[in-house]
Design a protein around this ligand. Structure first.
Ligand code: C5P
Length: 223
């Protein structure tokens, strides 16, 4: 059972994919984390991420290793744990430029296909181009959407200070998300796009539990 879950940022892809995989005993792969780990490695190794040819030349260097446990998804670059640093603002701002470079995409796509092929019992793979490019023969393809307001509210709610107070500015978050989606949807190499045979689920008015229930039902129907 191979399940592809795509969609723009803030639609609930990660939370949904992890919960569906855990509930059904499937493996889980966060492909955004792989692009983020590549970006983090480039930033910490002095690669100029505004220069596509420098990015392309460096794209084969780091070993990017992903865990597939939905309860504890690990990610490392050249043996260094990347799970904290890949969520920083610096990486988030640079990741679209790095992931638009075809050499980066072909390297990471190959990794993704190898992981999916080796996942015994099946896997939930989340990203932007899983249904269209990485795993076009997936047993089920889901495309999650949500209004720009709902997505920004979810994302800014995730950014808390040490006392648990929300720290993000909603308007700025919405603008940053829109910018990243525009870059991800308009790039030439496998842009963010709904596959023709994907089931679209609008999560704007749904709780996480409702989205998970909906996707679990779709998986059971596809089995
Ligand atoms: O899902 P997440 O927000 O962590 O993804 C970070 C970035 O990685 C996206 O904005 C996009 O540029 C890139 N990405 C991609 N293809 C995927 C998954 C993520 O280009 N399959």
């Amino acid at each position: 059972m191979i399940v592809a879950i795509d969609g723009p940022s803030g639609t609930g892809k990660s939370s949904t994919s992890k919960a569906v995989a855990a509930q059904l005993g499937l493996s889980y792969l966060d492909t955004g984390a792989q692009y983020r780990a590549m970006t983090w490695w480039m930033l910490t190794n002095g690669i100029d991420v505004s220069d596509a040819s420098e990015i392309a030349a460096a794209s084969g260097k780091p070993a990017i290793v992903s865990g597939t446990d939905p309860e504890a998804p690990a990610i490392s670059a050249d043996g260094a744990d990347a799970s904290g640093p890949i969520r920083t603002q610096e990486v988030t701002s640079a990741v679209s430029a790095v992931s638009a470079v075809p050499e980066v995409r072909s390297r990471i796509t190959e990794l993704q296909r190898t992981i999916a092929a080796g996942a015994e019992g099946g896997i939930v793979v989340e990203g932007r181009d899983i249904g269209t490019t990485v795993l076009p023969d997936a047993d089920l393809k889901v495309f999650l959407t949500a209004s720009a307001e709902a997505r920004a509210a979810r994302r800014s709610g995730e950014l808390k200070d040490k006392d648990g107070k929300a720290v993000a500015d909603l308007a700025a978050t919405q603008q940053a998300l829109a910018q990243r989606d525009k870059a991800d949807s308009s790039r030439k190499a496998s842009p963010l796009k709904k596959a023709d045979d994907a089931v679209e689920v609008d999560t704007t008015e749904l709780t996480l539990e409702q989205v998970v229930e909906c996707v679990v039902t779709l998986v059971e129907q596809a089995a």
